[in-house]
Ligand binder design. Structure first.
Ligand SMILES: CSC[C@H]1O[C@H](OP(=O)(O)O)[C@H](O)[C@@H]1O
Ligand SMILES: Nc1ncnc2[nH]cnc12
Length: 289
């Protein structure tokens, strides 16, 4: 199978450079409008699509992002692997501002978002014990190390609703749970990527110590932007290394991300809602012809 890389850019990453034949394309989805047009082109012979999660100019809030449309659009364009870049606060001393972190677990505290492509008339349950793809995460770690940044493999990401930052009590609570980083957009993005059978990795860039650290000021937007400005180049460099590392030909995911729907669908064929079935054409077309 041919590799196609999807990149979701977070705060501070609204564009990538160097794509050959690049153009911004509008993608219609049955779930509404994605956050923006997608920048589609090729790098080292590998097709790539870039989508700024908040839209160019940072228009969408973490709660207003249409996560379903974003993931559907990437799948519809043919993406096989999706790398999500996110700014996060650190909940531990040794994950410092400027460090890159490969997320491998989540605690989902969001409550005001559509979290599944499935619904009444077409019920599906995908496995989610391991929410990110280890193969793709390994590749991202390799790309980040080549950039010369400090990389941490493995982190539990608390996804909060926002848009306000956490209280001190919340920040302490998340630390007591063993969470490592905090952000507002990791969920339901990762859940939807799994339902869409995409390999998904989250490259988190630490921008601050949230508000728990006695020796650091509490997070504010200026602090986040300052760190992001210093790190955006590394994030772009990481993305630029991915095509060469992943290659044009893609072996099936050894962790089964690309077969997540094999045993997920519960609804009997004669009870399936035709409207929802039609909307699932891109996301679940492999198993719902
Ligand atoms: C600008 S700080 C809060 C904002 O930044 C992060 O966005 P993203 O994950 O898209 O990089 C965080 O989740 C909040 O949305
Ligand atoms: N401390 C923090 N909390 C939530 N989202 C963030 N994004 C960057 N820093 C953050």
């Amino acid at each position: 199978m041919q590799t196609m890389i999807g990149v979701i850019g977070g705060s501070g990453l609204y564009q990538i450079e160097g794509l050959e034949g690049a153009s911004w394309v509008q993608v219609e989805t049955p779930w509404g409008q994605p956050s923006d047009e997608l920048l589609v082109g090729r790098l080292d012979g590998v097709p790539m699509a870039f989508l700024p999660r908040h839209g160019r100019g940072h228009v969408q809030t973490p709660s207003s992002i249409n996560y379903r449309a974003n993931i559907d659009a990437l799948k519809r364009l043919g993406c096989t692997d999706v790398v999500a870049v996110s700014a996060v606060g650190s909940l531990r001393e040794d994950y410092r501002p400027g460090d890159f972190v490969l997320v491998d677990q989540y605690i989902d505290r969001t409550f005001a978002r559509e979290k599944s492509f499935f619904g009444p008339g077409l019920v599906g349950h995908v496995g989610f014990a391991h929410p990110t793809c280890p193969r793709l995460s390994d590749t991202c770690a390799e790309a980040a190390l080549a950039q010369g940044v400090t990389v941490h493999r493995g982190a539990t990401y608390v996804a909060m609703e926002g848009p306000q930052f956490s209280t001190l009590a919340e920040s302490r609570l998340y630390r007591s749970w063993g969470a490592d980083v905090i952000g507002m957009t990791g969920m339901p993005e990762a859940k939807l990527a799994r339902e869409a059978e995409l390999c998904y990795a989250c490259v988190a860039m630490v921008t601050d110590y949230d508000c728990w650290h006695p020796d650091h000021d509490s997070v504010d937007v200026a602090m986040v932007i300052r760190t992001l400005t210093q790190n955006a180049g590394h994030a772009r460099g990481l993305v630029a290394r991915l095509p060469a590392l992943l290659g044009q030909d893609r072996a099936p995911c050894p962790h089964g991300c690309d077969r997540a729907l094999d045993t997920a669908i519960m609804t009997a064929p004669d009870k399936r809602d035709p409207e929802l079935l039609a909307k699932l054409d891109a996301v679940a077309g492999r198993v719902l012809p």
